[in-house]
Design a protein. Structure first.
Lengths: 257, 300
């Protein structure tokens, strides 16, 4: 790397850092989003876990308790919230207001904004998952027994759901549409994550369909890793495929103005 | 040395031709105005210079660079104020300046700009809570934060009150005194007259005139009017016959003579020779406003 290129790379890194700091402040200034993204999963986890019946293991659920089933679902919740509610409405609003256009008039590419937002959202999701994981032992939910598999599944789930968020942000025409489309995708994905009816209780066909949805695959792979198995390759590949396809489509379709 | 050279620039949006064979040049250190009615293509022309739009045909060089192909080398050296843009609603003024300073390789001290543009009291105010004038000043400050050699300012005083406009003009002069070349898009003639060393008038996607404000007024063929109340009878036909006089009107004992060039000297000379004393003498020189209307008038 020659001197100029080194300088440019250093400058880009500096710009991304400042962007990430600014976006982090803006994220925290939305108290509702910040609460739901960071704390809601662990709060719901503790509330559900305080019900003794939900902590009881049952042979019908392969010797697991209901709260054990909920742990990976709540780990995925923040990713769904950020990917489907957060990114599309945020980026569509930025486009509508001309924030992206203003940035594109500066020396940096507006794509650097992704370089700031995605790590930020990933960090928020990591915090929320860590809170659920460390709260687990209080409720009789052990730490994930297959940490490497857990990490891999979580990163792939994050890549898949945030890429889908980017794709939605790329195609929605306005901030209003961003909210609507985000919500439209959010509820079925919530359903397949099992938040209302854990996947174990779903009819076999629905469960099978769920395996190939981003949220279903995310919950299943995390659950496997939690229980100590390395996640099934089909689940991991499903997540990877969503990440690559949605990411590539978003990159092709994204409009800055 | 020319800082901006535009030659034969054409641009169409779909089937709508927005610019047709536009050519102009901007010299280093001058304040150059691009003026014209709404839809004349001013913003498109300036966006082609900024590299935000690609010209269909023609060449554009800014600081010797192609604004689109060499964007990565040009952008750090220019500052852009966009006509319609907003920042993140909850982003505070100080944070916005600090953030944009980080996007440039050789930025100015953003605290200095905060003071210079009268935003020190708004440092912690979120963008959405700013008044129109404060937003405008913030955007001008953002255009200057990278220490630009050329600053493009698009309709910069639109949201400002009269005092704010005068203050902004003073700051634009200071920018120019610092050696920054300024390209000003405007439809306010008083602004162009007060600030610009030279200007180009765009109309219907074509340049209809280029020159100093004084040259534009002269070229438009509009001169001025001389009005007075003669104390003795006066033959208006003799006034009309004077060189440079283009029209004479008499109403209720008041005479209005319009003309170009030295017509006023001719009129006062005639009055002196005839020994006619006049009262209520008023001279109005045509402004750039009149010139602009004459240059962009459509005979349809």
């Amino acid at each position: 790397m020659n001197h100029t290129a080194q300088h440019a790379a250093h400058h880009t890194a500096h710009a991304v850092r400042r962007l990430a700091v600014a976006e982090a402040r803006l994220f925290l200034r939305e108290p509702l989003t910040a609460f739901f993204g960071l704390a809601f999963p662990v709060v719901l986890f503790l509330v559900l876990g305080s019900v003794p019946a939900l902590r009881k293991t049952s042979p019908g659920m392969h010797g697991m308790s209901t709260i054990q089933l909920y742990a990976p679902i709540l780990a995925v919740f923040t990713l769904l919230l950020l990917g489907l509610n957060g990114l599309p409405s945020l980026l569509a609003a930025y486009r509508e207001r001309g924030v992206l256009r203003r940035m594109s008039a500066s020396p940096v590419r507006p794509a650097l904004l992704f370089g700031a937002l995605l790590p930020l959202y990933l960090a928020v999701a990591v915090v929320s998952v860590l809170l659920v994981v460390v709260a687990g032992p209080l409720l009789g939910v052990a730490l994930p027994r297959q940490p490497l598999g857990f990490l891999l599944a979580f990163l792939l789930a994050a890549a898949a759901l945030l890429s889908i968020g980017l794709l939605l942000a790329a195609v929605v025409p306005s901030a209003k549409a961003g909210n609507a489309v985000g919500a439209l995708a959010f509820f079925p994905m919530m359903f397949f994550s099992g938040i209302w009816l854990p996947r174990e209780f779903m009819p076999a066909l629905l469960n099978r369909i769920g395996d190939f949805t981003p949220s279903g695959a995310a919950v299943q792979t995390l659950q496997d890793a939690w229980a100590g198995h390395f996640p099934h390759a089909v689940g991991l590949l499903t997540l990877a495929a969503y990440a690559v396809l949605a990411g590539a489509a978003a990159a092709r379709l994204f409009r800055w103005e | 040395m020319a800082v901006i050279e535009v030659a034969g620039l054409s641009k169409a949006y779909g089937r709508r031709q927005v610019l047709e064979g536009v050519s102009f040049g901007v010299e280093r250190g001058e304040v150059f105005g691009l003026l014209g009615p709404n839809g004349a293509g001013k913003t498109t022309a300036v966006e082609c210079c900024e590299g935000l739009r690609r010209a269909d045909t023609g060449t554009v060089r800014v600081l010797g660079l192609d604004p689109v192909k060499d964007a990565h080398r040009l952008r750090p050296r220019i500052g852009i104020q966009l006509q319609q843009a907003q920042l993140q609603g909850a982003l505070r003024v100080g944070e916005a300046l600090e953030l944009y300073a980080a996007l440039y390789p050789n930025p100015r001290d953003w605290r200095e700009l905060l003071d210079e543009w009268g935003l020190a009291d708004q440092r912690r105010t979120p963008f959405d809570k700013l008044s129109g004038g404060q937003r405008q000043r913030l955007f001008i400050a953002l255009a200057l934060i990278g220490n630009p050699e050329v600053a493009f300012l698009d309709e910069l005083t639109t949201a400002l009150d009269p005092q704010g406009r005068r203050d902004t003009w003073e700051l634009i002069r200071r920018i120019r005194d610092d050696g920054v070349t300024v390209v000003l898009v405007s439809h306010f003639m008083d602004e162009v007259e007060a600030l610009c060393d030279r200007a180009a008038v765009l109309d219907g996607g074509r340049i209809v005139a280029t020159g100093t404000p004084a040259e534009l007024i002269a070229r438009s063929g509009t001169g001025g009017t001389l009005g007075f109340r003669p104390t003795a009878p006066l033959d208006t036909a003799r006034l009309a016959a004077l060189p440079g006089v283009t029209g004479v009107e008499e109403r209720d004992g008041r005479v209005e003579v319009s003309g170009v060039g030295d017509f006023a000297d001719e009129v006062t000379g005639l009055l002196a020779r005839e020994g006619i004393v006049v009262t209520g003498l008023r001279i109005r020189e045509h402004s750039l406003d009149d010139a602009y209307l004459a240059l962009t008038r459509h005979d349809s």
